[in-house]
Design a protein around this ligand. Structure first.
Ligand code: NAD
Length: 468
C-alpha cells in the first residue's frame, strides 16, 4: 500500500495504482503515493459537483473559518511538511520552511477576504449591482517547483468563494499536496477539497470535462496552450500562469554590491527553478567588469548540496528530465560564453548542477533566449540603454523583469517600457497575495492574487432593477 493517499469525496483513498517518488538529491525513490485512474478523477469531479451547492450556501464566515483552520493545521505540521518538501523537491530546508510558512500566510490572507456586491448605478432610473457568485468546480493544476505553495494559493480563493476544488499535483512532487489533502479531510465537507495524483495523464480529463467550470493552471507555456485548447470545448474560465525569461537591466549608476547580492538571490533561489527568477542580466559596459566580479564572488559562496544538509544554499534540480535539459544549457554556457563560476554537472547520483555564472555571452545563445530553469545565469554587456530595452523585450515571454539603478525616476522610466506583468526596481521575484500577478504575452492569461485575482474565481452577475 502506498505511504500517502489521495483525498476524493472526503475519504483517503489508494486509487488505482502507486507511484514512486524520487528524492532528487539521491536520484532514488524515497516513498510511494497513491495514483489516480481516469475513473478516480471522474469520481472526484462528480463528488465536487455534488458537494458544491451546499458549501456555497454556507455563510461566508464558515468558509473563512475553515480556511483559517487549514492554515493553523499547516503551521502545526510545518516541520514535517518542510522536511518532506525538501525530500520530494530538493530545495534547501530553509527555503522549504519559508514555502510552508508562506502557504499558511496566503491561505490566511484569502480567508480574510470577501467579494461584496458592487453598486454600479444608483439613481431614479436604475439600481444596478454586480454580485459575485461561485463558478462551481474549480481545478488547480500545479507544477513541481513550488508544489506546496502553488496548490494552496489556488485552493484558498476557490473554496472561500463557495467553489469546490480539485487539486492535481505534478507527478514528481505529489507528497506535500497529499499531506495537505489529509489535513483538509478533517476540515472541509466531503467533496469540497480533493487532491489527486496522476502520471502526467489526467490533466486533460479536467480541462475537457463539462462539469469543471474553471482551470487555474501553473506550468509551462506549451502545456498552457494545450490546456487552453481543451478548455475551449466548454468555454471554461482560465487562469494560466506560465513560463518566463525575466531580464534584468543594470543601469550605469547601479549599486554594484547590492545588485550583485540581490540578483544572485533571485537567479539561484530554488536552483533557478522559479517562473519569476532573474534569468538573464544585461549590464552596462561601463560597469561590466566590476559587476561580473561581484556576481562571481556571490555565486562562489552558494554551497551546493542536499537540501537537508546544513549550509546548503542550492539544491539539486527537481527531476531527471530537468537535469538533462540543464546540462544542455551548461554546454551552451561553455560554447557561447566564458564561465566564471561553477560550470559542471556533479556526477554520482542526484541531479546537481553547480551554481554557474557566464559572461561574454550574447543574445542568440539558447542560454539567453530560452527559459533555462536551472542555476545558470548569463550576464550580457550592453552599450546603448535604448537598445537594451528592445533586447529585454525580444522574448515571447513577459512574466517579470527588473531595473537596477540608484536613480529611481530613471529606473521607473525604463521599467515602464518593459513588456511584462511585473517589473521590480532594485530587487527581483518579490510577490504576495495582495499583489496582482499576471504574465504578459505568452507568460499567461488572467491574474492571480489581489482583488482581481479573487474575482477570477467568481461569476460576476449584474442585477439591474428598473425604478421607473
Ligand atoms: P508542466 O507544464 O510540464 O506541468 C504542469 C502541470 O500540468 C503538471 O501538473 C502536469 O502534470 C500537468 N499537465 C501536463 N500535461 C497536461 C495537459 N495536457 N493538460 C493539463 N495538465 C497537464 O510544467 P512543469 O515542468 O511542471 O513546471 C515548470 C514550468 O512551470 C516552467 O515553465 C515555469 O516557468 C512554469 N511556472 C510558472 C509559474 C507562474 O506563476 N507563471 C510558477 C511556477 C512555474
Amino acid at each position: 500500500m502506498a505511504e500517502y493517499q489521495m483525498l476524493i469525496d472526503g475519504a483517503l483513498t489508494d486509487g488505482s495504482a502507486e507511484l514512486e517518488v524520487v528524492n532528487p538529491a539521491t536520484g532514488q525513490p524515497f516513498t510511494s503515493v497513491a495514483r489516480a485512474s481516469e475513473a478516480d478523477m471522474l469520481r472526484a469531479i462528480a463528488a465536487a459537483k455534488a458537494a458544491q451547492p451546499g458549501w456555497a450556501a454556507k455563510p461566508l464566515a464558515e468558509r473563512q473559518a475553515a480556511l483559517m483552520r487549514l492554515a493553523d493545521a499547516i503551521d502545526a505540521n510545518a516541520a514535517d511538511l518542510a522536511r518532506t518538501l525538501v525530500m520530494e523537491q530538493g530545495k534547501p530546508l530553509e527555503q522549504a520552511q519559508a514555502e510552508t510558512a508562506y502557504a499558511a500566510v496566503f491561505i490566511r490572507h484569502f480567508a480574510a477576504q470577501s467579494l461584496e456586491p458592487e453598486t454600479v448605478q444608483d439613481d431614479e432610473a436604475y439600481h444596478i449591482q454586480a454580485h459575485y457568485r461561485p463558478l462551481g468546480v474549480v481545478a488547480g493544476i500545479t507544477p513541481w517547483n513550488f508544489p506546496l505553495l502553488i496548490g494552496c494559493y489556488k485552493l484558498a480563493p476557490a473554496v472561500l468563494l463557495g467553489n469546490s476544488f480539485i487539486w492535481k499535483a505534478a507527478p514528481t512532487t505529489p507528497v506535500t499536496a497529499l499531506m495537505i489533502g489529509k489535513l483538509a479531510k478533517d476540515i472541509f465537507p466531503a467533496g469540497i477539497v480533493n487532491v489527486l495524483v496522476d502520471k502526467n495523464d489526467l490533466g486533460a480529463v479536467l480541462t475537457s470535462h463539462p462539469d469543471v467550470a474553471k482551470i487555474s493552471f501553473t506550468g509551462s507555456t506549451p502545456t498552457g496552450r494545450k490546456v487552453m485548447e481543451a478548455a475551449a470545448s466548454s468555454l471554461k474560465r482560465l487562469t494560466l500562469e506560465l513560463g518566463g525569461n525575466d531580464a534584468g537591466i543594470v543601469l550605469p549608476d547601479a549599486d554594484i554590491a547590492k545588485t550583485a547580492q540581490r540578483a544572485v538571490g533571485s537567479a539561484f533561489f530554488n536552483a533557478g527553478q522559479v517562473c519569476i527568477a532573474l534569468k538573464r542580466l544585461y549590464v552596462h559596459r561601463s560597469i561590466y567588469e566590476e559587476m561580473c566580479d561581484a556576481l562571481a564572488s556571490e555565486v562562489a559562496q552558494l554551497a551546493l548540496g542536499d537540501g537537508l544538509e546544513q549550509g546548503t544554499r542550492v539544491g539539486p534540480l527537481q527531476n531527471a528530465q530537468q537535469y538533462e535539459k540543464a546540462k544542455t544549457y551548461l554546454e551552451a554556457a561553455h560554447a557561447d560564453g566564458r564561465v566564471i563560476a561553477g560550470g559542471r554537472a556533479r556526477a554520482g547520483g542526484g541531479y546537481f548542477i553547480e551554481p554557474t555564472l557566464v559572461r561574454d555571452i550574447g543574445d542568440g545563445s539558447k542560454l539567453v533566449d530560452e527559459e533555462q530553469f536551472a542555476p545558470i545565469l548569463p550576464v550580457i554587456a550592453y552599450d546603448d540603454p535604448a537598445d537594451v530595452i528592445g533586447r529585454a523585450n525580444s522574448s515571447e515571454y513577459g512574466l517579470g523583469g527588473s531595473v537596477w539603478s540608484e536613480d529611481i525616476d530613471k529606473a521607473v522610466a525604463v521599467a515602464s517600457q518593459i513588456e511584462s506583468g511585473t517589473v521590480w526596481i532594485n530587487h527581483h521575484t518579490h510577490f504576495g497575495p495582495h499583489i496582482p500577478f499576471a504574465g504578459a504575452k505568452q507568460s499567461g492569461l488572467g491574474v492571480e492574487f489581489g482583488k482581481e485575482g479573487l474575482t477570477e474565481f467568481a461569476q460576476r452577475t449584474v442585477i439591474s432593477v428598473s425604478r421607473a
